[in-house]
Design a protein. Structure first.
Length: 323
């Protein structure tokens, strides 16, 4: 499979593709800022809050690609670009996210080592669910219903986690990260305080961060939630570890844009440094490879993927509902 991928040139960089993507996202962000400063104190500006939420999520997708060395293989340039994209423009710690996401890629759906499925506000394993008590047990019991409402707070949760990471040991470039994060938050507060009245500002921030959190969650949730955890033999096989725990979302170019290429989750996990624009070309190669070897290849619609994820959350909480 790797030979076919290389023969097709799918591991080559796509700098112009990313230059266009960054240009569109930055132009959109600049347009929102200019509009807010031009039409100050207007309630119509609240309609720009969801737009900014979408732009911030697309910026996050680009930061994801930067972290995987898809934009440039030079680690120093990637780090600089990641700090600008993540810390300065997005308000998220680039160093914290890269470490967390690399652990996810190394151990997808591993309940102990994958930070994306560890027990938290949501629980993805019935064994962990049965250990919950009090308010935690109540939320786990109803987590299928609470799943999408919880996502409304995901953007704020990522900001809080980024700030907390600044005070934990082991973070590289702690000072630059702190300065750029601080600049982002100060700049954001100055913008909303300058352009909006306080009631408008509160509504704007709520809408912006709510949409961003929901969009981010709905983009990442279909990829692994509800997919199987692996036995010891499967977990030692690099191919099975990535394919069996991942799910693709079927669709055309619009889905590629909306989900930032994450709809090709299987291909992304097999070739994490492959530029986003090449994933759609790698998909038939990987699917055929799996079919020839009898390896399950999961792909479904977006609605079916959300249904599977919510059903899994419902099933995990069932023991607490029956107790």
């Amino acid at each position: 499979m790797l030979a076919s991928i290389r023969e097709l040139g799918l591991l080559r960089r796509r700098p112009w593709s990313y230059a266009i993507s960054f240009g569109v996202v930055l132009a959109g962000m600049a347009g929102v800022v200019i509009a807010m400063l031009h039409w100050r104190d207007s309630w119509w500006l609240l309609f720009l809050a969801p737009v900014l939420g979408v732009i911030a999520t697309q910026l996050g997708f680009l930061g994801h690609d930067v972290g995987h060395l898809q934009v440039t293989r030079n680690s120093a340039r990637s780090r600089i670009l990641g700090l600008i994209d993540g810390n300065l423009l997005g308000g998220l710690s680039y160093g914290w996210w890269v470490a967390k996401h690399n652990a996810h890629h190394a151990h997808p759906n591993d309940l102990e080592r994958d930070p994306d499925v560890r027990a938290g506000a949501l629980v993805f394993d019935s064994g962990h669910a049965n250990q919950r008590r009090g308010i935690e047990a109540w939320t786990t019991r109803h987590q299928a219903v609470l799943f999408f409402p919880f996502l409304l707070g995901e953007a704020v949760n990522l900001h809080v986690s980024s700030v907390r990471r600044l005070f934990a040991p082991g973070l590289r470039l702690r000072v630059p990260e702190a300065i750029l994060l601080g600049t982002h938050f100060v700049g954001y507060l100055v913008l909303v305080a300058t352009a909006l009245t306080w009631p408008q500002a509160l509504l704007f921030v709520g809408l912006h961060k709510g949409v961003q959190g929901l969009y981010l969650g709905c983009s990442f949730a279909p990829n692994h939630k509800g997919m199987p955890t692996l036995d010891a033999d499967q977990a030692t096989d690099p191919l099975l570890r990535q394919v069996l725990t991942s799910r693709n979302i079927a669709g055309g170019p619009l889905i590629d844009i909306v989900l930032g290429g994450l709809n090709y989750q299987i291909e992304h996990h097999l070739f994490p440094s492959m530029p986003r624009a090449n994933l759609r070309h790698a998909q038939p190669v990987v699917e055929n490879f799996c079919a020839q070897r009898g390896i399950p290849y999961a792909q479904c619609s977006a609605i079916a993927s959300y249904t599977a994820a919510v059903r899994h959350l419902h099933d995990v909480g069932s023991s607490l509902r029956s107790s």
